[in-house]
Design a protein around this ligand. Structure first.
Ligand code: ITT
Length: 205
């Protein structure tokens, strides 16, 4: 039976990645766009998981549907883990992706390479019956000295995963999802859904 799942993100780039990874999950999922009339929740949590839970529960409560939320942060070792939960607004409240990348490169201008960092994603799925599933994914890498590539979004042009000479923005979407924080967290969330909602398993043809 199709699981109707509303995605609790206002970021279309993120929504596109979530859809692409869940399409390959073996689950029969109908992804429903986040209704515009539902107000965005304030991300007041101290951790990625708390923020993901706030977003998922608010949307589940507003729609009565299962809701999936992703909260992601970039943790830079030389900045003691910043920007972390503040990644979206690192360069200010209305910061663009380019503003945030520039701000990060400026903050690291005096830091020699490798400027080690990791992306982390926490996912919470708030099911309609009140159960909650939690998943996390991380990828280690380093911050480049200049932005490179046009793919992906956010900090992708300045993040090169460990073992690759390319930034995430220079990779195909499939190559990014195979190793990314979000790809890993979503595959773990899909496995939890497979176990917890057997009716959503897609029958093999
Ligand atoms: P929602 O809360 O509505 O889902 P958001 O864009 O505010 O959208 P986050 O707080 O989770 O999402 O993300 C923080 C920022 O981290 C985001 O604005 C991006 O700039 C960046 N980011 C998230 N995922 C990323 C990825 O896969 N690659 C590069 N940057 C990413």
């Amino acid at each position: 039976m199709t699981l109707r799942l509303v995605v609790a993100t206002a970021n279309p780039d993120k929504a596109r990645e979530i859809e692409a990874v869940l399409r390959d999950s073996g689950l029969d999922v109908d992804l429903v766009a986040r209704p515009d009339e539902v107000p965005e929740v304030e991300e007041t949590g101290a951790t990625l998981e708390e923020n993901a839970r706030l977003k998922a529960e608010a949307l589940r409560d507003a729609t009565g549907l299962a809701a999936l939320a992703d909260d992601t942060g970039l943790e830079v070792d030389a900045l003691d883990g910043a920007p972390g939960v503040y990644s979206a607004r690192f360069a200010g409240p209305d910061a663009t992706y380019a503003d945030n990348c520039d701000h990060l490169l400026s903050a690291l201008a005096a830091t020699p390479e490798p400027r080690t960092a990791r992306f982390a994603t926490s996912i919470v799925v708030a099911l309609a019956d009140g159960r909650e599933l939690v998943a996390r994914g991380e990828v280690d890498g380093s911050i480049t000295t200049t932005p490179r590539g046009d793919g992906g979004f956010g900090y992708d042009p300045v993040f090169a995963p460990t073992g690759s000479t390319l930034t995430f923005a220079e990779m195909t979407p499939e190559a990014k999802h195979a190793i990314s924080h979000r790809g890993r967290a979503l595959r773990a969330a899909a496995a939890a859904l497979w176990d917890s909602v057997p009716s959503a398993r897609r029958e093999e043809p």
